[in-house]
Design a protein around this ligand. Sequence first.
Ligand SMILES: *[C@@H]1O[C@H](CO)[C@@H](O)[C@H](O)[C@H]1NC(C)=O
Ligand SMILES: *[C@@H]1O[C@H](CO)[C@@H](O)[C@H](O)[C@H]1NC(C)=O
Ligand SMILES: *[C@@H]1O[C@H](CO)[C@@H](O)[C@H](O)[C@H]1NC(C)=O
Ligand SMILES: *[C@@H]1O[C@H](CO)[C@@H](O)[C@H](O)[C@H]1NC(C)=O
Ligand SMILES: *[C@@H]1O[C@H](CO)[C@@H](O)[C@H](O)[C@H]1NC(C)=O
Length: 393
Amino acid sequence: MDYLDMMKTFFLFTTIFIFNLGFLEAQKVPAVYVFGDSLVDVGNNNYLNGTFAKAIFPYYGIDFPTKKPAGRFCNGKNAADLIAEKVGLATSPPYLSLVSSKIKNSNRNVSFLNGVNFASGGAGVFNGNNQSFWKSIHMTKQVEYYSQMYEQLAHQIGASTLQKHISESIFLVVIGNNDIFDYFNSLDLQKNNTPQQYIKSMVSSLKVQLQRLYKNSARKFEIAGVAAIGCCPALRLKNKTECFSEANSLSVKYNRELQSMLKKWQLENKNLSYSYFDTYNAIQDLIQNPTSHGFVDVKAACCGIGELNAEFPCLPSANICSNRQDHIFWDSVHPTEATTRIIVDRLYNGPSQYTSPVNMKELLHVSIAKSLFPINFFILLSLMVTCYQIKVK
Ligand SMILES: *[C@@H]1O[C@H](CO)[C@@H](O)[C@H](O)[C@H]1NC(C)=O
Ligand SMILES: *[C@@H]1O[C@H](CO)[C@@H](O)[C@H](O)[C@H]1NC(C)=O
Ligand SMILES: *[C@@H]1O[C@H](CO)[C@@H](O)[C@H](O)[C@H]1NC(C)=O
Ligand SMILES: *[C@@H]1O[C@H](CO)[C@@H](O)[C@H](O)[C@H]1NC(C)=O
Ligand SMILES: *[C@@H]1O[C@H](CO)[C@@H](O)[C@H](O)[C@H]1NC(C)=O
């Protein structure tokens, strides 16, 4: 090959490389299945009877496109909405809205394939304190709903079609925050479990549920650790408006335990991939460096009553801040949409200090890259033939 041929080959290779990158970027995940708590509930709790854990009053939803309460525990869109935006899909609808008898949707089975959200405000890995007025759908029940849906769909569209669809979909899991709250709100829990015992048992319960999802074809998991819970306005009240360090240190321990479980879990199961997101440090960074992100108030809730607006809930009679962009917290425990946007951007695009072993964007491409291999091989082969022809001329 002379110099010119080499340049041609190089040019071809570069073109193909860029073409492949473009192709990878264009790939879409078929669906997102969501499990978790109020950080990702998009309206399941509205279908529960006799629970106070519902975002149905103003000022919830004040910045949502409809400007009305939308079942999100936020002023606007929550993490489930914003993650759907990142992958170019509509927000996965609440499971209870899909099965509700009110909706006579003749295409219900198809809509299950577009993604489903099983998350429920107040939910934890454990079943919780079970007080009827704070009822929610705990993790075990969420996975039970998923399993029912899975069996129905397998019946409907066939096991192998379903397996392919589910194994390429993203399973978003955001849970554990409420279990940590519960621990500090229950003297019984503290009496019967050391912090270490409690988080170990949380992690092993979660693993059982993740394994049930895996058994029903889930392969790609986006798993968020718990937040810096001690820094939310509600728990700041326990420490003269400073972060409550016991809750933070339990959160850190839980996240460490969770990550080591995930590493082992991946080794135990074929074709399993996950991205762990360090919610704790992603939010701590905003609390410690607020001004570079346009935040002014890192302590108080935007909406609520009393000290830090955190003594009473965000109800129509509560105070509401005028600028929701400059508050990290919306109510006594939930972040604003402004905060959530930054957090979701970190979850998706990664810097590796917050995501491991990959970020969500990389997670989407894990098996797609594999399935591209035959195409690459074919293109390479024709390239070699072309080069040969150039040389012969
Ligand atoms: C709530 O109550 C209504 C009316 O009694 C009932 O039809 C519905 O199934 C209940 N929802 C749940 C989730 O139990
Ligand atoms: C919670 O309450 C339901 C029904 O009221 C009961 O079936 C369930 O066993 C309770 N769970 C726990 C953990 O106490
Ligand atoms: C959806 O699946 C269920 C369970 O297999 C089936 O009974 C029902 O007819 C299906 N609905 C549609 C519209 O295909
Ligand atoms: C209260 O906040 C201070 C300052 O951040 C911290 O040093 C202390 O450990 C905290 N105390 C509790 C009980 O959280
Ligand atoms: C792993 O992926 C390969 C190739 O796609 C497939 O043949 C195999 O059945 C998968 N194994 C499991 C346990 O999912």
